[in-house]
Design a binder for this molecule. Structure first.
Ligand SMILES: Nc1ncnc2c1ncn2[C@@H]1O[C@H](COP(=O)(O)OP(=O)(O)OP(=O)(O)O)[C@@H](O)[C@H]1O
Ligand SMILES: [Mg+2]
Length: 276
């Protein structure tokens, strides 16, 4: 498939932290599919794996990196500005790269707690050694520890994938408390904007999914928070990631691909209309 290359230079870089306090809510799946979609539209995208599990490595079909080739190296005091970025799905796109994560980030998380600029380190690196990508996607681990905190402080926007299960929806309320508390506590100015919630793994045959898919957007609306249309449940997502591919490349005509269109075009709108 031929790639599109954008001729226009856009003004603002979106740094999108994909955050949720629930494991398996679809953070890495959303990260990968947004990256591929935006890449297909000609935008330059950098994925960053802040998760010690390093799932993005698997989802991008790459081999586990040496510690010096991960985000952990970027966050060292002696970082010299050479971002360790690997091309993703390079036979299909030139527009997506990844800064890999992995187990070494557990040590990074411990060091962040002691570092005087701990929560601000990634933001500092992005200011000192800017990347030219239109979109940087920060795929976070599920525990709301030092790594997601650092992602929050580095981000311009956050997006929250949530499973349509009562426990997950209740957990999302705690995530919002975490967000509001830390935006204030870290004195983030401007505060990263909540792009919205993305219901994931929606199975319309399940009554609880249908109920929550109706009620969640209304509850969020009362807080001025957008809910994007749900990403449907399909086993093909796991099959695709097992092959190291986005669903687009694994099953190019799969109907679930339509579910990313709303959030993709919303992001494109922000990138194209924003001024620095
Ligand atoms: N829409 C979907 N339909 C069916 N399965 C899905 C869907 N989205 C994600 N999955 C599967 O659910 C599992 C968890 O997804 P994913 O790894 O994206 O979640 P996560 O929030 O990143 O998890 P973690 O908290 O472990 O980082 C994976 O096996 C993935 O393939
Ligand atoms: Mg993940």
């Amino acid at each position: 498939m031929m790639l599109k290359e954008r001729s226009t230079v856009v003004d603002m870089q979106i740094r999108l932290a994909v955050i949720s306090n629930a494991g398996g809510s679809g953070k890495t799946t959303l990260s990968v599919h947004l990256a591929y979609e935006l890449g297909q539209q000609g935008f330059k995208v950098a994925l960053m794996d802040l998760d010690p599990q390093g799932s993005l490595t698997l989802f991008c079909g790459l081999t586990p990196p040496e510690p010096e080739q991960t985000l952990a190296a970027v966050l060292k005091d002696n970082f010299d500005g050479k971002w360790p970025l690997m091309p993703c799905w390079s036979s299909h796109t030139d527009n997506v790269v990844i800064c890999q994560g992995g187990m070494v980030l557990t040590q990074t998380a411990d060091e962040l707690v002691l570092h005087k600029r701990g929560a601000y380190l990634l933001g500092d690196c992005l200011s000192d050694y800017p990347l030219e990508h239109n979109l940087i996607i920060l795929d976070c681990p599920a525990t709301l520890g030092p790594l997601p905190l650092m992602a929050l402080a580095a981000s311009t926007h956050i997006v929250v994938p949530v499973q349509l299960e009562p426990k997950s929806v209740q957990g999302a309320a705690r995530l919002l408390e975490w967000y509001y508390y830390h935006c204030r506590h870290l004195r983030l100015k401007p505060e990263p904007e909540i792009l919205g919630f993305v219901p994931s793994q929606y199975d319309r045959k399940r009554a609880v999914h249908r109920q929550l898919n109706e009620s969640l957007p209304l509850e969020l609306e009362q807080m001025g928070i957008r809910a994007f249309g749900a990403i449907r449940n399909s086993t093909e997502f796991a099959n695709a990631s097992g092959q190291g591919l986005p669903l687009h490349l694994h099953r190019p005509c799969h109907p679930a691909l339509d579910d990313f269109k709303e959030i993709t075009s919303y992001l494109v709108g922000i990138i194209q209309n924003s001024k620095p």
